[in-house]
Design a protein around this ligand. Structure first.
Ligand SMILES: Cc1cc2nc3c(=O)[nH]c(=O)nc-3n(C[C@H](O)[C@H](O)[C@H](O)COP(=O)(O)OP(=O)(O)OC[C@H]3O[C@@H](n4cnc5c(N)ncnc54)[C@H](O)[C@@H]3O)c2cc1C
Length: 367
């Protein structure tokens, strides 16, 4: 955390990274201004009507996310480096939630993997990828059906199950709103698009150039074309399911679909998510709804009478190697590429970036 003299800091983007950085930097006594094209700090879900216009999924991806903190399960399609950052982030999120005076924003109860009888082969291939080469990371633990019935009584119709110990979940919408609410010293400039980010400077769509001691670019997919970032479409369904009984995130290992069900409140679950190499921001397709919801229903038959509250789409910001990247030069910090694990990675990435920033400020002062 950069301490010492108060710096003026301009942040482009008020999504997950932008709000976390703004909150932390303002707590450390810096003068922070944040610019974002969104109308205000509230989520605007895809398809929602705002001032007579239909929202087309342009809000922060952070609002759409399921909020799983799954360093082990994500090894299915990410590196050991991502997993290590993820394991560091979970206790950091717990500490942040306490500092935000909402410890319940984060739950750490592990998560479950399940598979139907005919899908054991596909499940074993995924588990082999999660075994993380014998490194010092936690491992998936096989459950009997009796164990599963005790841990997750709402889950039925599966033949195989595993527990991923130490994994957790966060409530993304509530956390983004809490970060904003607790960063009262920050100047939030809504409805302001940043067209370029340079050392010490944000260029605004209005033509104005805003000058700062440090400029920070956390625009996600909006950092194109300055960064080679691409959007990867993801679709989710929110279900109103009174007393659904699900206790922890549940992933179905299936040869064709990657589907998870995440408890959001005692009465709401989120089912996700498609992963489509497309920057199409249009509403959720029938095919995705059918695939996601039928897979969810096959492991939680009690969802049959739930009500579809919301279908939402967004773009995950990904760099060509699907790895996160932090770049720093005097007066300029850029972070992007958090892809499908932004909630999992953000606290550790921000911690490392702020340490680097402190060192760089120290070096500059000694020049
Ligand atoms: C369907 C789905 C499910 C997901 N599930 C999970 C999950 O379970 N666990 C997990 O860890 N991660 C998950 N993610 C990933 C996570 O949401 C992202 O990695 C994370 O939101 C990226 O954070 P960010 O701050 O880089 O970008 P964002 O959260 O997208 O924020 C970018 C911000 O920049 C603003 N912006 C854009 N252009 C400009 C501009 N020109 N000027 C100024 N501001 C601009 C945007 O309005 C936005 O507010 C999921 C994502 C999706 C889409």
């Amino acid at each position: 955390m950069p301490t010492g003299p108060s710096l003026s800091i301009g942040i482009a983007g008020a999504g997950l990274l932008g709000r976390l950085l703004a909150w932390q930097l303002s707590r450390a006594g810096h003068r922070v201004s944040v610019f974002d094209p969104a109308a205000d700090e509230q989520p605007q879900f895809n398809g929602q009507q705002v001032q007579g216009q239909q929202v087309q999924g342009q809000q922060a991806a952070g609002f759409t996310a399921a909020g799983m903190l799954s360093p082990l399960a994500e090894l299915d399609n990410s590196s050991i480096g991502v997993a290590r950052l993820g394991w560091r982030s979970i206790p950091l999120w717990q500490a942040h939630a306490v500092a935000l005076e909402q410890p319940d924003l984060v739950q750490v109860r592990g998560s479950c993997l399940v598979a139907h009888r005919s899908d054991l082969g596909a499940a074993q291939r995924v588990l082999a990828r999660l075994s993380n080469g014998g490194l010092d990371l936690p491992q998936a633990q096989a459950l009997t059906m009796a164990d599963l019935a005790e841990l997750e009584p709402a889950v039925h119709g599966v033949a195989h199950a595993w527990m991923l110990p130490g994994e957790g979940q966060i409530n993304p919408v509530a956390t983004l709103l809490a970060l904003h609410a607790k960063a009262q010293q920050v100047q939030w400039h809504w409805g302001q698009r940043v067209t370029a980010v340079r050392p010490n400077e944000l260029q605004l769509a209005s033509g104005e150039n805003a000058r700062f001691d440090w400029a920070i670019d956390v625009r996600g997919v909006g950092a194109k074309p300055e960064w080679p970032v691409r959007g990867v479409r993801g679709e989710v369904a929110w279900l109103q399911a009174p007393n659904h009984g699900l206790i922890r995130p549940l992933r179905l290992l299936h040869p064709r679909h990657r589907v998870y069900v995440v408890p959001r409140t005692a009465d709401i679950v989120l089912v996700g998510a498609s992963e489509i190499e497309s920057e199409d921001r249009s509403p959720v397709s029938l095919r995705s709804v059918v695939e996601l919801l039928s897979a969810a229903h096959s492991v939680m038959p009690g969802l049959a009478e739930s009500r579809v509250l919301r279908l939402d789409t967004n773009l995950r910001p990904a760099l060509p190697d699907n790895e996160p990247l932090t770049e720093m030069a005097p007066g300029l910090l850029r972070i992007n590429g958090l892809f499908r694990h932004g909630w999992l990675l953000a606290p550790a990435i921000v911690e490392d970036a702020l340490t680097q920033l402190t060192e760089m400020i120290g070096d500059t002062e000694h020049v």
